[in-house]
Design a binder for this molecule. Structure first.
Ligand code: GCO
Ligand code: MN
Ligand code: MN
Length: 391
């Protein structure tokens, strides 16, 4: 009997892919597609061949082309629903394509044209309905065209106000229609716009607090987006987790500072990926883990399946490494040594009181001695490398 794979993913892991990710036909700005375009039902079948997938997400127009007739739309939905039934895949997240059509060339919610802004809100209302038809409970907002190439063209303060107006409207609509959605905002610094508003996850964490319904709004951070800007993704996700706002996550990879590469999760940044998984495990994130990446342009659809299997396998292997890290006696000893406790010091600053403030002002600290306490960070960091390499 074959030994069971300890890294085999299960639907309970909540790994998801998008119609637009595994169905990506390989086009780039310099060349056309290298794979045939697959119908939505075919993409579901493809994912069905990959064991352990939880679900498939879509933009409204990944499922129904923007100019489809009602009859065409109904047929596509029928085929898609059948494929979901056959494969047991769920549709946990839906989103809107507010970037592909020329009408959105200057943005959707932040467009300078009031009629386009209204059209964008209407398009989301309809797309929310479509997502709800298939059971989606998370609704992602990625403002790919909400930005500018030149700040001569749009007032960035007005842009924030327009964005808020649209989101407040849509929150109330979701509540009225009892869709039960939680909104997840996805930041990106650039591409396709020269500059995109709300460039990092932290921007959205602040924006959410200004909304009429902050409780139903959170974020969908994407690894590649923060890496494009040279930022530490783990810290952005930590901020979201700490605020109770990590509603969804887009996993992929990217060389720092390059164009938007959408590589397979874990394929570039081994160490950052490890610490990301560690964060999600340690803080018990049990939400959706969406692989927002696509296979190399050279791949055929068999290799796309290998890409999907690999994405989940990498996550499971890193999860195993995290458990090893958390159990490793030497590592844990080093961590205890580094995190020095002092009841007296902690009591003084944990809560403000006049007497604490006075006692703190009186206290003598031996600055030189404190500075001399060892911090064996080199040793600890090397242990992480050994552990990851299996040495
Ligand atoms: C990108 C984004 C998108 C969004 C998607 C869902 O860089 O193109 O990551 O893939 O995640 O539109 O909102
Ligand atoms: Mn992206
Ligand atoms: Mn994304």
């Amino acid at each position: 009997m074959a030994k069971s794979d300890p890294f085999a993913p299960k639907p309970a892991d909540k790994f998801t892919f998008g119609l637009w990710t595994v169905g990506n036909p390989g086009a780039d700005p310099f060349g056309g597609p290298t794979r045939e375009k697959l119908e939505p039902a075919k993409i579901v079948e493809l994912l069905g061949d990959v064991p352990g997938v939880h679900g498939v997400n879509f933009h409204d127009n990944d499922l129904i082309p923007i100019d489809a007739t009602d009859a065409e739309a109904n047929q596509i939905k029928k085929d898609f629903r059948k494929a979901l039934k056959r494969t047991g895949l769920k549709v946990p997240m839906a989103t809107t394509d507010l970037f592909r059509d020329p009408v959105f060339k200057d943005g959707a919610f932040t467009s300078n044209d009031a009629e386009i802004r209204a059209y964008a809100v209407q398009k989301v209302m309809r797309a929310m309905e479509l997502g709800a038809e298939f059971g989606a409970k998370t609704y992602v907002f990625w403002g790919g065209r909400e930005g500018a190439e030149s700040d001569a063209t749009k007032d960035p303060v007005v842009a924030i106000k327009r964005m808020r107006e649209a989101i407040d409207f849509l929150c109330q609509y979701s509540i009225d229609r009892k869709f039960g959605y939680r909104f997840a905002f996805e930041a990106k610094p650039n591409e396709p716009r020269g500059h995109i508003y709300n460039a990092v996850t932290g921007s959205y964490l602040a924006f959410i607090q200004t909304l009429k319904h902050p409780e139903m709004c959170g974020v969908n951070p994407e690894m590649a987006h923060e890496h494009m800007a040279g930022l530490n993704f783990v810290h952005q996700v930590a901020a979201a987790l700490e605020a109770g706002k990590l509603f969804h996550i887009d996993l992929n990879d990217q060389e720092f500072g390059r164009f938007d590469q959408d590589y397979r999760f874990g394929s570039i940044s081994y160490k950052h990926s490890f610490f990301l998984v560690k964060l999600l495990v340690d803080y018990k994130y049990d939400g959706l883990k969406h692989f927002d990446s696509h296979a190399f342009r050279q791949s055929n659809y068999d290799d796309v399946k290998a890409f999907a299997r690999g994405s989940m396998r990498t996550y499971k292997i890193l999860e195993h490494k995290v458990k090893q890290f958390n159990k490793d006696k030497d590592i844990q000893k080093l961590l205890r040594q580094i995190n020095r406790k002092s009841k007296a010091a902690e009591q003084l600053v944990s809560k403000y009181s006049k007497s604490n403030a006075n006692a703190l002002l009186e206290r003598e600290f031996d600055r030189k001695k404190l500075a001399e306490r060892p911090l064996p960070y080199e040793e600890l960091d090397q242990r992480v490398f050994d552990l990851m390499m299996g040495v």
